[in-house]
Design a protein around this ligand. Structure first.
Ligand SMILES: [Zn+2]
Length: 311
């Protein structure tokens, strides 16, 4: 009887193995650039808010009958979540891993990807807008602007996951909808006077579950070939990048070709974040970076322990 009751109460999910990719800028606790910056007091509080957002979605997914939930923390060091506050059944990938989805690790048998806490792309005018790093001022493929959702979704197509749900500022949600029409979006408007994190979070979790209750979209990885142009914030950044990786450069713009969108992600995940030297010692580099991330989240935990009055 109990089992029967559970069955009729659970909305039926059309996707049962889910990955949540989370960033912090579009979470319920990140009102400014400072609050996204490593070892900043505002960042510690933003980590707490992001953790609560993720925890609410994870709980709602399991309550709705999800079989597996993987969470990939994708902000800065990749350590922004207080993992002990998230349902133990979820697999949380902190830091960056090598694998079939660079940065995220080896991922397979995932049906759907949800993106939460996201931001809009460089030059869009959205909240803390940037594309991968603040050094890029515009990224385009075949003349069309590219946002992170497209890059991540294309890379994640190797795990079998369909991009289904996206949350971020209204500008970011608009971009997401233009890029992938079938995606469900749930915007955050922190600056409105009536914003209440707790009720927004409940709505986020409900919307995430609802997005999985119908089959939508397909794997996303448009085929090229694409001529990619990446205009950097200044000519110096472009010159440095071009010298490190021997890339074609036209003033402040790096130009290259890619076979598909996931190929763009693969290249940029190397060129923008590491140097040729670090690439040679990548496991060591990733390990040292993870130590920095672990130290950061420990610092945030200690900071918040003494910050209780300002919850
Ligand atoms: Zn971020």
């Amino acid at each position: 009887m109990k089992k029967y009751r559970e069955q009729i109460m659970k909305p039926s999910l059309k996707y049962k193995n889910i990955i949540i990719v989370c960033d912090i800028e579009g979470s319920s606790g990140c009102g400014s650039y400072r609050a996204s910056s490593f070892l900043n007091a505002g960042w510690a509080r933003a980590c707490r808010a992001l953790t609560r957002d993720v925890a609410a979605v994870v709980r709602a997914l399991f309550d709705a009958g999800a079989e597996s939930v993987t969470v990939k923390d994708f902000h800065r060091t990749g350590y922004n979540l207080f993992t002990e506050l998230i349902d133990k059944r979820a697999r949380i990938i902190s830091g960056y891993k090598n694998g079939n989805v660079p940065g995220m690790g080896n991922l397979a048998d995932i049906d759907a990807a949800l993106f939460i806490g996201m931001h809009a792309s460089s030059g869009s005018g959205g909240h803390i807008a940037h594309t991968l790093t603040s050094r890029i001022s515009k990224l385009s493929a075949g003349g069309d602007a590219l946002c992170e959702l497209q890059l991540f979704s294309a890379a994640l197509s190797r795990s079998g996951s369909v991009p289904v749900f996206f949350s971020g500022c209204p500008v970011a949600c608009g971009e997401a909808k233009r890029a992938i029409r079938s995606i469900s979006v749930y915007p955050i408007e922190r600056n409105s006077a009536s914003f209440d994190a707790e009720s927004w979070r409940e709505g986020l979790a409900r919307a995430a579950v609802k997005s999985l209750s119908a089959k939508r979209g397909t794997l996303y990885n448009p085929r090229g070939p694409f001529r990619v142009t990446m205009r950097m914030r200044d000519e110096r950044s472009a010159r440095r990048l071009s010298a490190s990786w021997r890339l074609e450069r036209r003033k402040d713009t790096i130009v290259f070709d890619a076979e598909d969108i996931s190929g763009i992600y693969d290249r940029l995940s190397v060129w923008l974040y590491i140097t040729p030297f670090i690439r040679k010692i990548l496991p060591v580099g990733l390990f040292l970076y993870s130590i920095m991330g672990r130290f950061g989240i420990l610092w945030a935990r200690v900071y918040l322990a003494f910050d209780r009055a300002k919850r």
